[in-house]
Ligand binder design. Structure first.
Ligand SMILES: [Fe+2]
Length: 381
């Protein structure tokens, strides 16, 4: 699949979605924002042909983006993720969705229904020259969008570059609306039309008969959930820590393969930390749902913690990681560096608190606020 900028065609006759007619189902929400591209996710309420129009100061006319694969544009679908590329760093853009309902799709005749266009929304590309950046971090929401809303309201959301959902935002997925109800619709309402969220996969996002479709909801890097995001002089390493118990545990029925997937990520990270871009960063943060540390869970659930500690501690030491942020335990744990064994601190956030992470040239600020608005940790690293 590739995303292409199409030649603009005549634009007329669009209407905003009607409440009971054809319209947008979920989104739009932004994913994978970098210096030169962004991906817009959305669904339509009925099968459609949809695209994104983008405008920017200095452009003569809007540019049109749609997915094209082997000569066919994405169509007769309700679910879209469209990459907008060829952008400039640290610049503001405006975008809107245009969609045409496809009432009938026969071999030699397509019948379109209503056409709609959404309001124009703003976003910014990231900026490698930025002096500081900040993030809001929430984990272990477990389908409780009300709690996530409360925590977002207690955070510094308006000044943050992005929200990081650090795993287990749902408990398991057996219905198409679970990720939307758990955190995506709320994010769209509060911020995600204009700034992205980064969805770090937790063990619960791997559960349920729809877990294999999770990438239809959140941005991935070449189909995988691990990646490095760069914001100014900060590197955010996102790891996908998999299930907590061994792959052979009976509850997984023999269909999990997380040991080899964690190994794959370790090999990948060993290469990534050699890059010039990474080495130039003065703030190096790791985001991983399950911590690389034995926290004292039931012995079968310690499997991932042991494996993550064994695989990643030497790499993090070598990479001069400043801070690892995790969730999973539903309780706060502050783990100091341990001499030459583990040269980085780990902060495990509980399931009822929000982290405001601020990164500047001077260092890293971590503020944790609980859902009653009480600041429980304020730390400079
Ligand atoms: Fe978890």
């Amino acid at each position: 699949m590739r995303s292409i900028a199409l030649t603009i065609i005549a634009l007329f006759g669009y209407t905003i979605a009607l409440a009971d007619g054809f319209g947008i189902g979920h989104g739009p929400y932004l994913q994978n924002v970098t210096e030169d591209k962004v991906t817009v996710f959305f669904t339509t309420s009925a099968p459609s042909f949809a695209w994104i129009e983008v405008e920017s100061d200095g452009w003569v006319e809007p540019r049109r983006f749609a997915n094209s694969e082997a000569g066919l544009l994405d169509a007769y679908t309700k679910s879209y993720s469209i990459e907008i590329n060829g952008l400039e760093r640290g610049k503001q853009y405006r975008y809107r969705i245009v969609a045409k309902e496809m009432k009938e799709f026969r071999p030699y005749k397509i019948t379109y229904g209503d056409s709609i266009a959404t309001e124009w929304e703003r976003f910014y590309t990231t900026d490698s020259k930025a002096k500081e950046c900040s993030f809001v971090i929430i984990n272990d929401g477990h389908d409780n969008a009300g709690k996530v809303r409360t925590l977002l309201e207690k955070s510094q959301l308006s000044s943050a570059n992005a929200v990081i959902y650090l795993g287990d935002m749902i408990s398991y997925s057996e219905r198409e609306d679970v990720p939307y109800n758990g955190f995506i619709d709320l994010s769209t309402e509060l911020f995600a039309r204009n700034k992205p969220f980064i969805a770090v996969r937790g063990n619960h996002e791997t559960r349920g008969n729809m877990a294999r479709r999770y990438k239809e909801y959140v941005g991935t890097h070449e189909g995988r959930f691990y990646n490095i995001y760069y914001y100014g002089n900060t590197a955010l390493i996102v790891l996908d820590t998999g299930e907590d118990k061994p792959d052979s545990h009976p509850v997984y029925g023999g269909i999990n393969d997380f040991d080899s997937y964690r190994n794959e990520q370790a090999l990948w990270l060993q290469q990534e930390i050699k890059s010039k871009r990474f080495r130039q960063c003065s703030n190096r943060i790791v985001l991983m749902h399950i911590p690389p540390y034995i926290t004292g869970n039931h012995h079968s659930e310690q499997h991932a913690e042991k494996e993550l500690s064994r695989l990643f501690t030497p790499i993090f030491n070598k990479a001069k990681i400043d801070l690892v942020l995790s969730g999973h335990t539903h309780r706060h744990i502050d783990i100091e560096p341990d001499g030459d064994e583990r040269k980085f601190p780990i902060i495990v956030n509980d399931n009822n608190s929000v982290i405001d992470l601020k990164l500047t040239k001077e260092g890293i600020g971590v503020t944790i606020t609980d859902k009653d608005g009480k600041v429980t940790l304020n730390k400079k690293l």
